[in-house]
Unconditional design. Structure first.
Length: 248
């Protein structure tokens, strides 16, 4: 019995001296593409339609744990719905966004115009947060002209009612917003998609914690609910009034 007690004490002492090491979180698959200094996830540079469809579906399944299989299926965006932008060679940074828009526009001069109908932009730019959206607004100011406003459609510092009023009174060619606020404005019919030609998702941007718009539940799920709206999905591959879906 005494020998057994000594053995147990030695084991306890050994366990105390060698505490179990904390398990490290597995490295992200895209870890090598994360440039925190530049604030970019460069993996999106190499994603064609199929890779983007897989990426969005994976994030939707991961964060949409409260969604039913039917709801998940309804939100699925197919590979053919994404525009392939892998030919773009420049970094997907803030300062290069105007060039990106011009590169993937049929007529870059039309980026400086606005449809005649108020609150009916031809381009939606989707950001993960209000501060980032404000930066994006400044980045595309070159396309703003008299009678063509860049709309700020995000929650930070702006009330929904103010944005509804703005859209009803102004023509806008480019609107920049966060997913949930854009959904709210579409659903109350203040934001019209009648003249919409493209949706650009600010996907490459990451914060200091290496998180982008698809890396957090609070932004990923509203994003996919926005992009997966029936009125959008019907037009991604349509021959008339097509909406192009681009991940920047």
């Amino acid at each position: 019995m005494e020998a057994e007690n000594r053995t147990m004490k030695r084991k306890a002492s050994s366990d105390s001296a060698n505490p179990k090491k904390k398990r490290k979180k597995p490295a992200r698959e895209d870890e090598g593409d994360l440039d925190v200094e530049a604030g970019l996830n460069k993996s999106f540079e190499h994603m064609d339609g199929q890779l983007l469809a897989d990426h969005v579906a994976q994030k939707t399944t991961r964060f949409g744990t409260d969604l039913s299989p039917i709801e998940l299926a309804d939100l699925y965006i197919s590979a053919s719905d994404f525009k392939n932008t892998t030919s773009w060679q420049k970094p997907r940074s803030l300062e290069n966004l105007p060039d990106f828009l011009e590169e993937f526009s049929d007529d870059k001069d039309k980026l400086k115009t606005a449809p005649k109908k108020n609150g009916a932009p031809h381009t939606l730019i989707v950001a993960g947060a209000g501060l980032r959206a404000a930066d994006l607004v400044r980045a595309v100011r070159k396309f703003q002209t008299k009678g063509n406003s860049v709309a700020k459609l995000f929650a930070k510092h702006f009330k929904l009612e103010e944005q509804v009023s703005f859209l009803k009174k102004h023509r806008t060619g480019i609107a920049v917003g966060t997913p949930q606020r854009l959904i709210d404005l579409i659903e109350n019919e203040a934001l019209s998609i009648d003249n919409l030609k493209r949706i650009v998702v600010d996907a490459s941007h990451i914060d200091q914690k290496k998180r982008g718009i698809t890396d957090m539940r609070e932004t990923a799920i509203p994003l996919v609910k926005l992009l997966g709206r029936k009125e959008f999905k019907e037009r991604y591959s349509a021959s008339e009034k097509q909406i192009e879906l681009l991940f920047y």
